[in-house]
Unconditional design. Structure first.
Length: 643
């Protein structure tokens, strides 16, 4: 399917109807649903798309229908508005450029929205006549923050509706004035290609990957509703999306808006009331440290038995980080423990097992260096180079050492333990490993020995033995303890919020949507093996259908289907292992190391620019002494800046 749209009283689609690879034919189809609820396509005729070809394909990122013409955003080097007649006549390209998901019908024509940069993002609204293609600019809009998404025309007026920074906004093209109409409690994705619609009742509907919001536009009554504002840094947590949608239904007297938050520390220090809840990540933030905020008492101490029970059940290091004076100050909504994992099938091909893989950094890196020239399986991906092969290992090594400082086991970056690990890294011939990976034609291209960035806390990705990766937990030295570094997305309440009770209730709702995997990463109380049964049953049905179809082709003499049949049968045999959200084997290790769980905050290393330090060190050749001096120098400067 290339595009979905409404036309002729139903749901239609443009479909690639080519026989074989690539795209040579495109057809219009009606979606039909039988009495059993099964969907199918009913062909309705060919579509002439050749004038729109780009690299032998047709890519549509948003569309609407005006009369019998599909007005589509088509990629042709850039996004162009194109007219595709649904009667099969030839398609045409207009002069209007547009952005993904930013085209909508308006008074018998269509409006295409383009972006420009003029001391900030500026959105240009162009009316395009159908079918002549004549383009007329009607308005421009520059948001103070956020972006414009999901535009549509307000019914009965010439105003343009769109979502911007958490609010449904109305723009008057004649005056340029805007009005906030209502909050929109979901992240309408600017790039997901989903256009908004205005329903006959006068309601506006827009969606993103996480849900659909419907807001009454015409005939709406002003009320005394409480408005909660949730501000996010550069990271967002999915449980908050689901909580907001549920909260929106269960609390009709409360509306929730989501906005992009900046200058968070300054907002908290000056007791600004405009944002009630902040969502941040302990590592992946842009400007402020979550732990600085919590340790300095800038987050509201919450009085909630639901939240207290949730946080108090967590591993000790996590519990202590999020409780102050006996009260919860931050609520983890997502959690991961990112680290290194090894391919079990690759080890098996080398005559090794997991027990042969060292569990401390120096010995592990020496082990990696010794595998060069094995001639059987690549150590790194064939799609990487020396820099990209080394970078994840160096970054993870330095992050693990940061945890040693955080735990008080080390006070400096200039130690024999870190130097020994860096010296072991320096002798690994990453350039040679990358060249070997590219030369080996062994079918391991996507599945080398090392996976450098995987969630090592819960879950095991098992597709077949070749895809089974075992998570490693590496200590800095043979004498230091293994550490499980857990990073979190957390939500906390602004002490200056005018609605602390409602904000607390929203966080209580959010806890219900924290995934089982995240709960097990955070707390041993939730660590039970679990399989995604719904996904498992769907996959069972799909694979049985695949096997049936491939078997029919083989029986009909199609030799090209034999390999795909064998692959499907192999996958079916191993499905029981694949759909674990949390596997028993992983939990066995996890429960035995609850005292080794630490909250990963990025800390000083993130403050001084871990990414640039790591890349610079690799490009110049890893010199342990020079790298340690550079880190120490920048760390000292940052400490002085922070007083």
């Amino acid at each position: 399917v290339i595009a979905w749209f409404s036309w002729d009283g139903g749901v239609c689609a443009l479909v690639n109807t080519s026989d074989g690879r690539g795209m040579t034919d495109c057809g219009l189809c009606h979606l039909t649903i039988n009495e059993q609820g099964e969907a199918d396509f009913a062909p309705a005729g060919p579509v002439d798309w050749q004038a729109l070809e780009s690299d032998g394909r047709l890519q549509i990122d948003g569309c609407c229908v005006v009369g019998d013409v599909l007005c589509a955003e088509v990629y042709m080097g850039d996004m162009r508005l194109c007219f595709i007649p649904l009667d099969g006549s030839r398609a045409t390209v207009t002069d209007a450029r547009c952005w993904e998901g930013m085209v909508f019908p308006c008074d018998g024509g269509v409006i295409a929205v383009d972006e420009a940069w003029n001391d900030g993002t500026e959105y240009i609204f162009n009316r395009v006549d159908v079918p002549s293609g004549r383009v007329t600019e009607i308005a421009r809009f520059s948001p103070e923050d956020g972006y414009v998404a999901s535009p549509a025309q307000e019914p009965g007026t010439n105003r343009i509706l769109f979502v911007c920074n958490g609010y449904l906004t109305a723009l008057d093209p004649a005056t340029g004035e805007t009005e906030r109409v209502a909050s929109v409690p979901i992240d309408t994705q600017q790039y997901c290609g989903a256009c908004a619609v205005v329903l006959p009742c006068g309601a506006y509907a827009a969606g993103g990957y996480n849900g659909v919001a419907v807001r009454q536009v015409t005939g709406r009554a002003a009320g005394d509703a409480v408005e909660l504002v949730v501000g996010r840094d550069d990271y967002w947590a999915e449980p908050m999306d689901n909580a907001i949608l549920a909260f929106d239904r269960s609390h009709p007297n409360v509306t929730v808006a989501t906005v992009q938050a900046s200058q968070i520390i300054e907002r908290l220090l000056t007791r600004m009331e405009d944002i009630d809840i902040f969502v941040m990540h302990t590592v992946w933030g842009s400007e402020a440290s979550v732990m600085d905020i919590l340790e300095r008492g800038y987050a509201l101490e919450l009085d909630s038995s639901v939240l207290s029970e949730y946080v108090e059940s967590m591993y000790p290091a996590l519990r202590d980080a999020f409780i102050r004076n006996g009260h919860v100050t931050a609520v983890p909504l997502e959690a991961q423990a990112m680290g290194i994992s090894v391919n079990l099938a690759a080890l098996e091909a080398l005559g090794l097992t997991v027990d042969d893989v060292p569990t401390n950094w120096p010995d592990f890196l020496n082990f990696i260096a010794s595998l060069k020239g094995n001639g059987k399986v690549p150590v790194v991906s064939s799609w990487t180079n020396a820099l990209n092969a080394c970078y994840p290992l160096l970054k993870r090594l330095l992050s693990d050492y940061q945890l040693e400082i955080q735990a008080g086991r080390q006070t400096s970056w200039d130690t024999p333990e870190l130097r020994a690990a860096l010296e072991a890294l320096a002798i690994v011939d990453f350039e040679g490993l990358a060249e070997e990976a590219q030369a080996l034609e062994s079918g391991w291209e996507s599945n080398p020995l090392l996976n450098n960035y995987d969630d090592v806390a819960v879950g095991e990705r098992v597709f077949s033995r070749r895809y089974e990766y075992y998570p490693l937990r590496l200590s800095i030295s043979a004498d230091s303890p293994v550490v499980m570094p857990v990073m979190c997305a957390v939500a906390f309440v602004n002490p200056a919020s005018r609605h602390p009770a409602e904000a607390t209730a929203l966080l209580e709702e959010a806890v219900d949507y924290v995934s089982h995997a995240a709960r097990a990463t955070l707390s041993p109380a939730f660590g039970e093996p679990e399989r995604d049964e719904a996904a498992y049953r769907r996959a069972q049905a799909d694979i049985e259908d695949q096997i049936r179809r491939f078997q029919e082709r083989v029986n009909a003499g199609d030799a090209s289907a034999e390999e795909r049949l064998a692959s499907s049968v192999a996958f079916q045999r191993e499905m029981d292992s694949y759909y674990w959200i949390i596997s028993p084997d992983t939990l066995e290790w996890y429960r035995a190391h609850d005292g080794d769980v630490m909250l990963e905050t990025g800390g000083e290393l993130e403050d001084i620019g871990l990414t640039s330090i790591a890349f610079d060190a690799i490009e110049n050749g890893v010199d342990p002494d020079a790298l340690i001096r550079e880190i120490e120098k920048k760390a000292q400067m940052r400490r002085l800046e922070n007083g």
